[in-house]
Design a protein around this ligand. Sequence first.
Ligand code: CMP
Length: 136
Amino acid sequence: MNDLEQTLSIIKPDAVERNLIEDIKSIFTKNNLVIKENKKIHITKEEAAEFYKVHQSKPFYDQLCAYLSSGPIVVMILEGKDAVLKNRKLMGATDPKNADENTIRKLYGISIDKNSVHGSDSIENAKKEIKFFFLN
Ligand code: CMP
């Protein structure tokens, strides 16, 4: 599939705190993902719980919601050919220690929680996640 797609990307609190916003954005733009929308926000734990509700049965859910709401984040709509898959490849594996060389999580991730970025895992979820942050 070579269709033009949109996906949601989040730069998480650990990366915002370390001034990595521009470094991470440049990885996207150098790889032909256009940042169509972009805002820095600080969400509540309740909003994080709503955003991550697909994970509500997981043992790490509470910690995950507390973390995403612990400081400012940057939310972006990325657009490009195969944007969902491309963003996931650029991010690397969820756990930075398993991520490939030169991926965002390998370069900047600290731990499975503080893994610097989130990206939608499917076109369907991308639509839901974009709506959550930008179309409300
Ligand atoms: P993210 O892509 O934002 O989606 C859910 C997040 O849960 C994931 O990145 C991780 O930061 C976090 N997480 C914490 N523990 C785990 C775990 N054991 N397995 C998967 N994700 C985890």
